[in-house]
Write a protein that binds this ligand. Structure first.
Ligand code: MG
Length: 391
């Protein structure tokens, strides 16, 4: 296998750090040619010193003089500011761009990478949920591949290898159900930030962990699956599976179902995306063999849209299409941030998202500029809705 050269956007976050672990484990298979991070300048400098990339970008700094010495000392090109992510995403010597940050900042970079014909290993949900139309159209034009990093989409991708897409009946996404799977609405009204951050099966960044607790994450994943696999949203189902062993399933037109199973471990989907589907050996994540016989039982239950209104809001916004998912994402980002700061309650998150969606008249997606304007407006509406809940 030829050495794969990767650019990582969001190298200091949860997915970025695990991707670098995969690079370390695989020795010469990968070479990191570019690293980008937001504000964790010291960790970025450490990573750069170890990986010796050609380019490093600190988006949280507006000028080179705002970056620490350790970043300026290297023999890499140093870029600053969010706008430079697009330069990094189109770096000629990169074979694949791993977009590992959460939030809308990664959207222009994803589009730039795809437009430059780069394969994109995509862990950023917003790129497809908000700009799926633009990104998939650009990918078709340039031949760039969108390689899923999310465990659910990786599972579906693996189930579809060797299959004809026209034979898909349904995609079935599994959801762990998060820490509040068994809580009543009243109990959920009183949960703390710490409760919501304690995910039972996956260790992830704070934004996605809260989104997993509200099931917003699963709604975003359903919209993402629609774009990635070109399956209408009404044929994407969600089933709660608390053990997170079955990572997702595909049902075919003959009634056959395929599933992908394994320990909950993000390094496998990350590695598989970076190799564009080629399998390489991996160390056992649990230091014990995967054994269904000792596992005994796996459980499945329906997702409750009354207790988890964020899932319903996401599906509705996805069905509505156009600019509605942009509003969904913006409002959710604002609400989750305010919840994490202790300013609104857990069950206010869907209220804020709902208020922003209600205030918006969706239109067709035309451009990134339009989406960013919709995003800015939705953030304002959401911020006001948060202020109202505080009183
Ligand atoms: Mg997931």
């Amino acid at each position: 296998m030829k050495q794969i050269r990767i650019a990582i956007i969001g190298s200091t976050g949860s997915i970025g750090r695990q991707a670098l672990d995969v690079v370390r484990e695989q020795g010469e298979r990968f070479r990191v040619v570019a690293l980008a991070a937001g504000r964790s300048a010291e960790l970025l400098a450490e990573q750069a010193a170890e990986m010796r990339p050609d380019m490093v970008c600190l988006t949280g700094a507006s000028a080179i003089q705002d970056t620490p010495d350790s970043l300026r000392r290297g023999d890499w090109d140093l870029l600053c500011g969010e706008a430079e992510l697009e330069t990094l995403a189109a770096l000629p010597q990169a074979d694949v761009v791993l977009v590992a940050t959460s939030g809308r900042v990664a959207m222009p970079a994803t589009l730039a990478a795809v437009t430059a014909g780069k394969d994109v290993a995509l862990a950023n949900k917003e790129s497809l949920v908000i700009a799926g139309d633009l990104v998939t159209r650009a990918a078709k034009r340039t031949g760039a591949r969108l390689l899923p990093v999310d465990s659910e989409h990786s599972a579906i991708w693996q189930c579809l290898l060797g299959e004809d897409a026209s034979t898909i009946r349904r995609l079935i996404l599994t959801a762990s159900g998060g820490p509040f799977r068994k809580r009543t609405i009243d109990e959920m009204a009183a949960v703390t930030v710490e409760d919501a951050l304690a995910h039972p099966t996956w260790r992830m960044g704070p934004k996605i962990t809260i989104d997993s607790a509200t099931l917003m994450n699963k709604g975003l994943e359903a919209i993402e699956a629609h774009w990635l696999f070109d399956v209408p949203l009404d044929r994407v189902d969600v089933v709660v599976h608390p053990e997170s062993i079955v990572h997702s399933l595909v049902e075919f037109i003959d009634g056959s179902l395929k599933a992908q199973l394994g320990w909950p471990d993000m390094k496998l989907p990350i590695q598989l995306a970076l190799t564009a589907g080629a399998r390489l050996p991996r160390p056992d994540p649990e230091k014990r063999p995967f054994d269904l016989a000792t596992m005994g039982r796996l459980h499945f239950e329906p997702a409750d849209l009354d207790r988890f209104p964020c899932l319903r809001l996401a599906i509705e916004a996805g069905m509505e299409g156009g600019t509605a998912p942009a509003v969904l994402c913006a409002a959710d980002e604002v609400a989750v941030e305010r919840f994490l700061r202790g300013e609104i309650r857990f069950m206010d998150i869907p209220r804020v998202v709902d208020a922003a969606l209600e205030a918006h008249v969706p239109s067709r997606v035309e451009s990134l500029e339009q989406l960013l304007a919709v995003d800015a407006e939705a953030r304002q509406t959401a911020a006001l809705a948060c202020d109202r809940t505080i009183k």
